[in-house]
Ligand binder design. Structure first.
Ligand SMILES: *Cc1c(COP(=O)(O)O)cnc(C)c1O
Length: 255
């Protein structure tokens, strides 16, 4: 495909998705495995937020692409990679924090030249699947746990981090509840409500969230409209914008 054809294709998909995301909500274009040229084209078409899953790929793209891009890290976060991530000047948000160890490593390694805090979403494992990372959800009955501990640690011990909210991936076989709602979305919302109350009560006067609220990052290509309806603030769309991806195994096989 020619460069111009590829651009036309990307613009059409991006415009279509953007038209379905209300103004106040955030669309993160997930560009993993896609070439930097695709990201640049979308950026030049007005898209600022991009998500990546792999530290090396994010580092390489961030070096090559405009500094105005707001990068979101959405992959599994290992604390030994925190230093590399912290050094990326236009890293906007880590959406997948799950440990105090990684939080402290990020906080320690953010250079003094960075003028804004690094935004943080804590990943919650709403589906309870072993393969998904994330901390267990909270309920009104079990309103404290690892999640409140981590939130407190970020807010009180990590001045270079800014706790913004929660993120979930959810089950692929979307489990629907009796009212037809998505269980993962409902679980994340309920967890957010409990954590928000904890922050109001226990972390009063400290800096957390956006205008006294915690944001929700949920919804991908197949379900972002349902997620928006359920109250998502941030949706992460890859395939819907960039088209299908090769799997990790297919990519490994090419080398
Ligand atoms: C890959 C990925 C996405 C995008 O998924 P699509 O189905 O391609 O939209 C969103 N969130 C996370 C965490 C991902 O890893």
């Amino acid at each position: 495909m020619s460069t111009d054809d590829r651009k036309a294709e990307l613009f059409e998909c991006l415009d279509d998705i953007r038209a379905r995301v209300p103004d106040k909500r955030q669309l993160v274009a997930v560009s993993k495995y896609k070439p930097a040229s695709d990201v640049r084209a979308c950026f030049e078409h007005g898209q600022l937020d991009f998500g990546e899953n792999y530290v090396q790929e994010l580092e390489d793209k961030a070096k090559e692409l405009p500094p105005e891009i707001r990068w979101h890290f959405i992959g599994t976060l290992q604390s030994n990679k925190a230093k590399t991530l912290a050094a990326i000047p236009n890293l906007h948000t880590i959406q997948t924090l799950t440990s105090t160890k990684a939080a402290s490593a990020l906080n320690k390694n953010i250079p003094d030249t960075r003028t804004t805090p690094l935004n943080i979403l804590i990943q919650v494992n709403t589906s309870g699947e072993d393969v998904k990372s994330g901390l267990p959800p909270l309920t009104a009955g079990a309103s404290t746990g690892e999640l409140t501990e981590l939130a407190k640690f970020i807010v009180t011990e990590c001045p270079k981090l800014s706790l913004q909210g929660l993120m979930t991936i959810g089950s692929l076989e979307q489990s629907l509840n009796s009212e037809g709602g998505n269980n993962d979305f409902e679980t994340l919302k309920a967890t957010r409500d409990v954590l928000e109350k904890y922050c109001h009560d226990e972390l009063a006067g400290k800096s957390w969230g956006v205008d006294g609220r915690l944001l929700l990052s949920m919804g991908m290509s197949s379900d972002f409209e349902a997620a928006l309806k359920a109250g998502s603030d941030i949706v992460r769309v890859g395939t819907g914008i960039f088209g299908g991806r090769k799997t990790k195994t297919e990519i490994a096989g090419q080398k």
